[in-house]
Design a protein around this ligand. Structure first.
Ligand SMILES: [Mg+2]
Length: 173
């Protein structure tokens, strides 16, 4: 049977968002949000797997290396595993917007790759993001969406902050 998944954007959802036009350039600047950890716990309790889908254009700009990002994501999985929480996978788009790749959100490429790799039922899955391009990508992939913060959205649910996410997931999953 196909897996049901909660997809999470990274910066601003999993970890504290960097300042606009800045990047999380290393693990020492990666500040995990407690509300994400709690949300992951609830998703797992409801039988959902969890996957992170993140645009990291800073790699394409040469601000930090793909290896640095991969180390960060390994560390993230380890820290969560130490709390008994499995993060199934992390998909990262390192391209520039100008590269016109298929993976950079608002395109759904990372979701489609994840679905193929892990046999995920996208129509039974959710996307959580703090920017509208996350929601556009999630919808294009056939997921239902939750927008955290910000303005007008096409998402099914709109929360003021990550602190509200655990209770919402507990209700809807
Ligand atoms: Mg974000």
């Amino acid at each position: 049977m196909s897996l049901r998944c909660v997809f999470f954007d990274r910066d601003g959802v999993v970890n504290r968002a960097p300042d606009p036009e800045r990047y999380v350039t290393g693990w020492d600047k990666f500040h995990l949000l407690p509300a994400f950890v709690e949300s992951l716990r609830i998703a797992r309790q409801h039988g959902f797997v969890a996957v992170v889908v993140t645009n990291q254009q800073g790699v394409g700009k040469g601000e930090y290396s793909l290896e640095t990002v991969e180390t960060m994501h390994r560390n993230l999985k380890t820290v969560l595993a130490e709390q008994g929480l499995e993060l199934l996978d992390v998909f990262c788009c390192p391209h520039l917007a100008a590269d016109h790749c298929a993976c950079r959100k608002p395109k759904p490429g990372m979701f489609l790759l994840a679905a193929e790799k892990h046999d995920i039922d996208l129509s039974a899955s959710w996307m959580v993001g703090d920017q509208e391009h996350d929601i556009t990508a999630g919808r294009a992939a056939g997921c239902r969406c939750i927008r955290v913060g910000g303005g007008k959205t096409a998402a099914e649910h709109h929360l003021a902050s990550m602190n509200e996410l655990p209770a919402l997931l507990d209700k809807i999953l």
